[in-house]
Design a protein around this ligand. Structure first.
Ligand SMILES: Nc1nc2c(ncn2[C@@H]2O[C@H](COP(=O)(O)OP(=O)(O)OP(=O)(O)O)[C@@H](O)[C@H]2O)c(=O)[nH]1
Ligand SMILES: [Mg+2]
Length: 331
């Protein structure tokens, strides 16, 4: 089962991303990756989706309480199987990867240990980052966030996992990215160490606006931005193509088609040949007495005997082989 870890610090946009992605995959017109959620997963996605379509964002994922999501998937792009995604609380991710903690599992609180194990074992990791977390701030928080992101990526690379970076909330940063000269310049400037160690060497980076339409909402004394019902998403499809290819590449190769076993036919052919050789001639008396004599001639019955023995021997051996294969499969 491919395990996909969604990794990002608090508020990076992981829950919104998973919700929108799951809905997007369900509604795609192509059938190269079709998802069938487990009931609990279905409920989680639909609840968040309803929230997003009622002028609200989903709540923060509670620390120590990662959400385990599971789907069955089928499709020619990625084969078929089960997929597990963990929507991890950003707070826990921050603690795990803060200072190379992930190698010292025993020192972690129990709630984080299983999440760290999960990240370690994940086949595919999707790093979710909010660009604003990496823009320099007086308290130096941006440096800590970059260290966490890089340390988590280094860890995944060390374990030869597939991973990519998603810059969420692209709707908010679109003008900024254009003004800074494009995505690559932004990454090279604000995610310097991540860019140098990972993105520059080909790790994909996808800017995605999960919710591309928002509006202000008065909330008591303050005004917040909330999703506009019926919103769309931008930039998901290139990521989905990468995901489908990555899932396909981490699945074990399908077992080779059973090869026909030629030996029952070979043995039957040999027996038929021997039967034919030993019966192909017969001695008959020709002429009338006292001028009769014996002559050796071809016996056409030998052909029938050979064909008959071929089928009898082949049927018996094929039957034995079938029974042996059946028992072998059962064991
Ligand atoms: N404009 C815009 N805002 C977004 C988008 N996605 C997320 N946000 C904002 O980011 C906030 C956090 O999103 P979540 O998906 O809950 O973040 P998270 O990474 O799951 O956070 P934790 O559960 O605390 O780790 C939301 O409440 C929104 O305010 C988006 O696509 N566009
Ligand atoms: Mg969350």
């Amino acid at each position: 089962m491919p395990n996909i870890a969604i990794i990002g610090t608090n508020g990076a946009g992981k829950t919104v991303f998973i919700t929108v992605l799951a809905r997007h995959l369900n509604e795609r017109p192509t059938d190269d990756f079709v998802l069938d959620p487990e009931p609990r997963t279905f409920k989680y996605i639909e609840t968040n989706w309803r929230t997003l379509n009622h002028w609200e964002w989903p709540g923060h994922t509670m620390a120590g309480n990662p959400v385990d999501l599971r789907w069955k998937f089928t499709g020619h792009g990625a084969g078929s199987g089960e997929m597990q995604v963990i929507d991890a609380p950003g707070h826990d991710i921050r603690s795990i990867f803060a200072d190379d903690n992930v190698t010292a599992l025993d020192a972690m609180p129990a709630a984080q240990q299983s999440l760290a194990e999960y990240c370690r074992a994940a086949d595919i990791a999707v790093f979710v980052a909010d660009l604003s977390d990496y823009i320099p701030k007086p308290d130096g928080r941006h440096i800590e966030d970059e260290i966490i992101l890089k340390s988590a990526m280094d860890f995944l690379r060390k374990h030869s996992r597939k991973y990519c970076l998603i810059l969420t909330k692209e709707d908010l940063y679109r003008p900024f990215i254009v003004q800074e000269g494009g995505l690559e310049s932004v990454a090279a400037k604000y995610l310097k160490s991540v860019y140098r160690s990972h993105l520059k060497s080909g790790v994909p980076c996808f800017p995605i606006a999960c919710v591309n339409k928002t509006e202000p909402k008065v909330d008591g004394e303050s005004i917040r931005t909330v999703p506009t019902p019926g919103f769309g998403s931008d930039g998901l499809e290139p990521f989905v193509e990468w995901l489908v290819a990555s899932v396909g590449s981490v699945l074990p190769p399908p077992p080779p088609p059973p090869q026909p076993e030629p030996w029952p036919m070979g043995v039957a052919g040999l027996v038929a040949f021997l039967v034919f050789i030993s019966n192909c001639t017969k001695t008959v008396e020709v002429g009338t007495w006292p001028f009769n004599h014996t002559e050796t001639m071809f016996d056409p019955d030998s052909l029938l005997m050979a064909i008959f023995s071929f089928f009898v021997v082949w049927a018996v051996l094929a039957g034995i082989r079938g029974i042996v294969n059946f028992i072998r499969k059962r064991l």
